[in-house]
Design a protein around this ligand. Structure first.
Ligand code: BEZ
Ligand code: FE
Length: 296
């Protein structure tokens, strides 16, 4: 192979420049990145004009980022990259609650509330009782589990998107389980909402013929001593966007029932149990499991 550039050996020529004495993981990641990037450019025969559009798109994406807005994370979300990284890094045994994207609207330090509290501070929306248990893989209740929940309001906005319009901490709260592992709180039945579309990612979705909507969901972050952190949502099974989530966050096991109850002010009930995996328990990937079964 020549040291000089050629179309045929392009990625090997670039990778051969890497020092011998560098972090081995960095070497592995960069070699693969360069190889796939060059293969992609060859595959689509990228034109000069398309390359310029890509550079302008990435520049605008970076310029849109600040402490409140992370357009690069949204690019990763909408291309399914966030979900793939999350899924690879959170393989769990059958029966355990699966992870999904954290999203940009989690705020640390939400109020710690007594079980049964109502987190809908503006009182707008269809009232819903969320209840269930936090369990271990054997079905035993987990005491001392912290359940941090947040959802949008009836208009599809999180409180942090509407300061001065919604009360601070609207539709947010933290609940801690007792010895029975049970939790319950009142909120509203969440509604579907679009991710922000006023930046380059919104334009990209439009040009790709994709909508920006996320199906209605309640965000839940469960932590308990000795167990893996679960970052997840429960989704409303009746949502039109369930099979076309803009960020690919829906997993079959996270679709929760919403039953009409009409008890006093409460219109809905959504039961859901969270099943935690002990720290250190590593589930194998689908391909590893197949290889093990085939005796490879
Ligand atoms: C969310 O569910 O809050 C969310 C996730 C990814 C991108 C935008 C919003
Ligand atoms: Fe959300």
């Amino acid at each position: 192979m020549s040291y000089y550039f050629s179309e045929k050996d392009s990625s090997a020529i670039v990778n051969a420049r890497m020092g011998d004495d560098i972090n081995p993981r960095l070497k592995q990641v960069m070699e693969s990145l360069v190889r796939h990037l060059h293969d992609f450019i060859k595959d689509v025969q990228l034109t000069q004009e398309e390359w310029e559009v890509a550079i302008e798109f990435l520049t605008k994406t970076g310029q849109m980022c600040d402490d409140e807005r992370q357009e690069f994370v949204m690019l990763s979300d909408t291309l399914g990259v966030s979900m793939l990284v999350d899924t690879i890094n959170n393989r769990r045994p059958a029966g355990a609650t699966e992870n999904t994207v954290l999203g940009p609207f989690h705020v640390a330090g939400a109020p710690e509330l007594p079980m049964g509290s109502n987190i809908s501070l503006d009182g707008v929306g269809e009232s819903c009782l969320f209840e269930g248990c936090v369990l271990d893989l054997e079905g035993n209740p987990v005491a001392g589990a912290r359940i941090d929940v947040w959802s949008d309001n009836a208009d599809g906005f999180y409180d942090v998107q509407q300061p001065g319009i919604q009360p601070k901490w609207n539709n947010r709260g933290i609940f801690t389980t007792g010895a029975d592992g049970k939790y319950c709180f009142v909120g509203i039945k969440p509604v579907a909402y679009p991710i922000p579309t006023d930046g380059p990612v919104g334009k990209m979705l439009l040009e790709m013929g994709r909508h920006p909507f996320r199906p209605a969901h309640m965000h839940v972050l469960v932590t308990a001593p000795g167990f893996q952190k679960v970052v997840t949502h429960t989704f409303s099974g009746d949502d039109d966007y369930l099979t076309s989530d803009a960020v690919f966050g829906v997993k079959q096991t996270l679709v929760a029932p919403y039953e009409r109850v009409e008890k006093g002010e409460t219109v809905w009930r959504s039961p859901f149990d969270f099943v935690l995996t002990p720290v250190g328990d590593k589930a194998v990937s689908a391909s590893e499991a197949e290889a093990q079964m085939a005796g490879v």
